[in-house]
Write a protein that binds this ligand. Structure first.
Ligand code: ACO
Length: 341
């Protein structure tokens, strides 16, 4: 059975930097830098311009990852894409990325799979891609986490709790087959549907007929509570620290190592306070944790692959390192993974 390792990384963030104070100034939101920075660690985030969406950002990150792996689109035999901000309801965003990258020609109908697991989408995708590669059916899986949050945020004082957390961006990796003794060692995934409504963006109600109420002209009417994401932040915080800690400990136990044996932790970037709490509970020194939430906010499925790509480019992630990852988000869903880089 081959091992599955990451042969290339890439990331893309839009140019437009929106600082905490700019959220107040540009969008007239009653908020300020001190409130956001103190509770979340976020200093700024990137917003995509009108006309740029999830597939575009995912494709740019993918191009980098493919090049970094020394491959071309012809070598990719599967696309797996995690997002909670898809281009549209259906089809999935993977096919838009495939088309954007020019995969879709008669010789190369690469299959595309969308993963709908929000903040843990990358780790669900990693488990899926690694299984495919280890199973022998695929040699190079392009795995993308991409989000265009800003176009679907309630950028007003009413929506400030959620709107101040999220940013746009994409990360991508190539999960490749190797006979070398390295790569993805373990992963664990979990979900608790009892909390499905604790962090969600409904938009419509499929149990209703019609699923979106219409006015007399047949235009759909979406109420603000359905249109914008709703979140019980304190519940999310509490469950995130618990599940990220226990799933990290689970993968370490399964791999017969201790937390102190891990060289670098790449945690989901939801809130710096969540990550600091985990770090403290598990007694992890500062130099073993890489965070970038200060600069990008929460890019959901994009956080871990963006971190990975930046860590590699900055020389923080080095060959031979043992890397621990953990994420938690809407669903609730969560996961952790261990990898030898
Ligand atoms: N600026 C100023 N004031 C604000 C803002 C803001 N951006 N947002 C909320 N407030 C106000 C609220 O209106 C409220 O005012 P009130 O007391 O007059 O009603 C007050 O601040 C306190 O609001 P809370 O929601 O109770 O604030 P809390 O201390 O819980 O912090 C936060 C909110 C930062 C979201 C926190 O709950 C949290 O980080 N939770 C984790 C959630 C998370 O990370 N979600 C990310 C997505 S999920 C994931 O990726 C894991």
């Amino acid at each position: 059975m081959p091992n599955a390792y990451i042969s290339g990384t890439g990331y893309f963030v839009p140019d437009d930097v929106v600082t905490n104070d700019e959220l107040a100034k540009r969008f007239n939101i009653d908020t300020n830098d001190e409130w956001i920075r103190k509770r979340t660690g976020i200093e700024e985030r990137r917003f995509a311009p009108d006309g740029m969406g999830t597939a575009f950002m995912g494709a740019r990150a993918a191009e980098q990852a493919i090049e970094a792996a020394g491959l071309t689109t012809k070598d990719i035999d599967m696309i797996v894409l995690g997002t909670l901000s898809p281009e549209c309801t259906f089809p999935g965003t993977g096919v838009f990325v495939q088309r954007e990258l020019g995969f879709a020609d008669v010789n190369n109908f690469v299959p595309c799979l969308d993963i709908r697991n929000q903040c843990s989408g990358f780790l669900y995708g990693l488990g899926t891609a690694a299984s495919m590669v280890r199973g022998g059916g695929y040699k190079n899986v392009l795995l993308i986490g991409a989000e265009c949050h800003s176009h679907a945020l309630d950028l007003s004082t009413r929506g400030r709790t959620v709107a101040s957390l999220f940013g746009d961006g994409a990360g991508a990796v190539i999960v490749s087959a190797t006979d070398e003794d390295r790569g993805v060692r373990r992963w664990t995934l979990g979900a608790d549907g009892r909390f499905a409504e604790t962090l969600w963006q409904r938009v419509w109600d499929i149990q209703r007929f019609p699923f979106i109420p219409q006015n007399e002209e047949g235009q759909g009417l979406v109420e603000p509570e359905l249109m914008w994401a709703q979140m019980d932040g304190r519940q999310v915080f509490r469950h995130a620290v618990e599940k990220m800690i226990t799933s990290l400990m689970t993968v370490c136990w399964q791999e017969k190592i201790e937390i102190k044996d891990v060289d670098l932790f790449l945690f989901h970037q939801a809130n710096l306070r969540i990550n600091e709490y985990i770090q403290k509970q598990l007694n992890i020194p500062d130099d073993k944790v890489f965070n970038n939430i200060m600069r990008y906010g929460n890019t959901t499925a994009g956080t871990i692959p963006i971190l990975m790509a930046e860590a590699e480019r900055e020389g923080i992630l080095k060959p031979g390192m043992k890397v621990g990852m953990a994420a938690f988000g809407s669903g609730f869903t969560w996961g952790a993974a261990l990898m030898d880089w």
